[in-house]
Design a protein around this ligand. Sequence first.
Ligand code: NAD
Length: 475
Amino acid sequence: MQFDGLFSMTIGGRAVAGEHRFDVLNPATETPIAQAPDATSAELDAAVAAARAAFPGWADTPIATRRALLEQLANALMAEIDGFTRLLTAEQGKPHADARSEILASAYWLQGAATLDLPVTVNEDSAERYSETRHVPIGVVGAIAPWNFPMVLAMFKLGPALLAGNTVVLKPSPFTPLTTLKFGELAATILPAGVLNTISGGDRLGPWLTEHPGIDKVSFTGSTATGRRVMQSASATLKRVTLELGGNDPAIVLADADVEALAERLFWAAFTNNGQVCIATKRMYVHEQVYDRLKDALVAYARTVRLGDGAEQGTQLGPINNAVQYRRVLDLIADAREQGYRFLTGDAPHEGPGYFVPVTILDNPPETSRIVQEEQFGPVLPLVKFRDIDEVIARANASDYGLGASVWGSDEDAALAVARRIASGTVWINETQHLSPLAAFGGMKQSGLGVEGGVEGLLEYTNAQTVVRRRNAST
Ligand code: NAD
């Protein structure tokens, strides 16, 4: 495949350059790397019509065939991993090694989804009747992805949606459309025309998609604020929705944690992908007995981490992905400075082009501070001291979010007892961010609605249908 030059949407199996185009920037240099199509509403209509036309044939295709095609698609992606990796770094900013991991994970997610099965429940099997519930595809899925993990988060949706027999219109973020558009081209060589359509565009395209009467289900990953809008506009035609939204994940480091040994893992819990991870640790509660030791170990490790252009060898953290998010993170840092909070790292601002923010660790800001209460989605971590376990659990749970959380300690039973009291969709013990295509993942409270992954996630792309058959019809 060619990874430069013209980027096209894929509609009904054909490449569509689109009437209008917009620039996509490299966040490390702030210079355009390519242009992407800026879809018109007529182009969206064409994508939805193509998906609708392909639906009956795809729904009737045996699941074994759909499974095999998903595996073929995963293999085709792996065969092009170098090109996808470079392109992902260029448009997203993440270091080469992280971009490569994301492409690997994307293939792995397609393969993982392909192993799932749609369950059939026998409700009654008696002399009088036979009743079973099976799961049938919904129709056309509108899939909307964010810019932090544009490829793998799209695959979270595509694998199960397609396996279940739906067709898809996939919309990437305008900040990171290029890898998705290339993936659409690749998929068009494998899947029947119209089964997967990719469209890119600006701020109008998302609302057009969620309002579109030809879309039966919206699977959305993005911020909680946008998630509310998606739910509202989906209500007009009672579209099914799955919403994977924001988080403010707490990590609770218990008094018996071996903090020197865990420091590196705790650092990356917060700073992987520059903190632009829905399940990044966004507030770290540390028991007062180990607070100073962990603080020192984190600061020492942070000083070894190399920030730079993700395309350069040795870079461990790249730039923030886009100007909007960059300004938001700088605003939170400015607020912390104005409030007089103590900075352990991150005192020297970056000079020159690129949306770079140095790793910033704050020393015990108040619980009520913006940096503790808000989702920063950037490389800024508050370390917060605690003494009493009941009190810290209450603080961890006092949030409208409930996406992920982690508990760290040497006594696993004690850590588990704490974990069970946290109100979040996932709780990890002595690690974070481990997800699987075979395990349900989703948010409680305002972190989302529904789940992705596992059989539970697969079922969200289906309608339950119960068929009741009377035996001995004449009696
Ligand atoms: P965002 O909500 O701004 O955008 C997400 C997507 O929605 C983009 O494709 C965007 O173009 C589109 N969009 C914007 N307005 C829309 C509208 N009115 N209707 C329909 N679509 C619209 O989010 P973002 O800034 O791209 O991503 C960061 C956020 O996503 C963070 O809050 C993060 O926590 C969250 N996130 C959640 C998960 C999860 O699985 N729970 C994963 C990754 C990111």
